[in-house]
Design a protein around this ligand. Structure first.
Ligand SMILES: Cc1cc2nc3c(=O)[nH]c(=O)nc-3n(C[C@H](O)[C@H](O)[C@H](O)COP(=O)(O)O)c2cc1C
Length: 195
């Protein structure tokens, strides 16, 4: 059994049930102080390359992903009673795929992405919300349509390439089915876990 195939199929089922989390994941990392931190991210395609994410390299999470302190991706789709905890290394996304995701982005989303390298990096404190809006507005005047905003170099596409996936199937009476899949040379090894 390939857990990635299962995840792809369950995501389709969740989408069919209008699950608000079907395109969302939660990325946990470790802060420089050694604390835990987690945030929601848009989940792009899941395929044989892994779990696609777009992250700007000026953000705290990008730095934290590269310290070697570890990270984990969580998917939770309540409509289908599924949780997946995914670990593994990162691999870069092809430029063509990154450009494709960029083409789906709204004008506002593109301007925000450009804001980071132009003004302040993501998660930096600013004097006021108006300060941020003024910066966005100045770029909107310079780049009045979405096509005018080119993909900034600071936006990176990555795949989390899974080598460990913990699967949780919610069941009645709380006797949930939990399995830990570990990637081996010849495929996935599975262990049953106490729920
Ligand atoms: C549903 C949802 C989707 C999000 N998608 C993204 C995303 O794809 N990329 C991103 O950088 N931040 C995204 N965010 C914002 C992040 O949760 C977070 O606030 C931001 O990336 C800053 O994180 P950092 O300071 O840990 O780097 C999303 C938030 C929500 C609620």
């Amino acid at each position: 059994m390939d857990p990635v195939k299962e995840i792809v199929a369950e995501r389709e089922r969740a989408r069919g049930l209008s699950d608000p989390n079907a395109n969302v994941c939660f990325l946990a990392t470790v802060t420089p102080e050694g604390g835990a931190t987690v945030r929601a991210l848009s989940l792009r395609d899941i395929d044989r390359r892994g779990f696609g994410l777009l992250i700007n390299e000026l953000s705290p999470k990008w730095r934290q992903l590269h310290t070697g302190a570890g990270f984990e991706l969580l998917l939770f789709w309540p409509t289908v009673h599924r949780q997946y905890r995914v670990r593994g290394p990162l691999a870069p996304m092809d430029d063509a795929d990154l450009e494709r995701y960029w083409s789906y982005k709204s004008h506002g989303s593109r301007l925000l992405e450009l804001y980071y390298p132009t003004f302040e990096p993501q998660s930096t404190p600013v004097p006021s919300r108006q300060h941020l809006l003024d910066g966005i507005e100045s770029m909107r005047r310079k780049f009045p349509s979405p096509e005018d905003v080119l993909l900034p170099k600071s936006l990176k596409g990555v795949y989390l390439v899974p080598d460990r996936i913990e699967v949780w199937h919610g069941e009645a009476e709380r006797l949930h089915d939990r399995r830990l899949y570990t990637r081996k040379d010849r495929g996935w090894e599975v262990q049953i876990l106490v729920p």
